[in-house]
Ligand binder design. Sequence first.
Ligand code: SAM
Length: 280
Amino acid sequence: MFAPEGVDLEHPNVARVYDYYLGGKANYAVDRVFGEKALERYPFVAPAAKANRLFLHRVVRYLCKQGVRQFIDIGSGVPTMGSTHQVADEVVDDASCAYVDNEPVAVAHSRILLEQEEVTDQHTVLHADLRDPDGLWQQIEESGVIDVEQPVALLLIAVLHVTQPGPSGEDVGPQAVARFRELLPKGSYLVISHGTADDVPEKRKQEMAEFGKMYDKSSTPVIWRPHDEIEAFFGDFEMVEPGCTWTPLWHPEETGENAPVIEFDSPNDSVVWAGVGRKA
Ligand SMILES: C[S@@+](CC[C@H](N)C(=O)[O-])C[C@H]1O[C@@H](n2cnc3c(N)ncnc32)[C@H](O)[C@@H]1O
């Protein structure tokens, strides 16, 4: 596979390894070696990643039905298993989407997809970083695809458990999200999913810790937050029913006709906690 400029081929990367878990092809040998080892030791990861992706699909369908027509998908990753604009297009014909990622391979593949579908006047892809919310917001405004004065759905799906080091190394994810909450116009929605080891059986907790440790040597370490810290990302936003929950439990009635069936013994096997908040 070609390597866009700036891509780190020395270390596995969370975007490309996640693509591997989902069965995609936008990954390199370094990512596949890492992914194979992870799935061999922790097979629960692949269904958890797929269930996370299906949560994204259901949220987009649900929000389109609530009247949302603008989506900002930050940490959008490699387009696999149905992307935000494709799911929105199943429901409405006038939705716009801005994809944002800081990983060059994810950005390149998203651009190729939009070009192939000839939809670059309706949707866009930005190579940008969520740690700079104001700069990112300006880029979104300049793209001309999203009207930042009108309500949007801001998606932060499986991205905030990727460590977001600030200038002194501390995780600035919570600060960045707080700034996004301020920037969002009233009536906007904030969508978050996040890996957690809270309320999972002891054995799975141990596996989550070991699996997380594997990422310490990657270019993108991860952090599993407890439920209360994930809920804190929503600040004073009104939570959409049923509030934060395990991904398979969030509006299962929005499951697509052809969605793959992911079986879990128990919902907490999905190890990803998710919710949607609305700015009143
Ligand atoms: C696990 S993937 C999730 C992809 C997609 N949101 C999903 O849930 O299917 C995390 C994505 O977040 C991106 N990411 C991590 N930190 C980021 C940052 N600071 N700014 C923008 N994107 C980031 C990674 O490159 C990767 O594509």
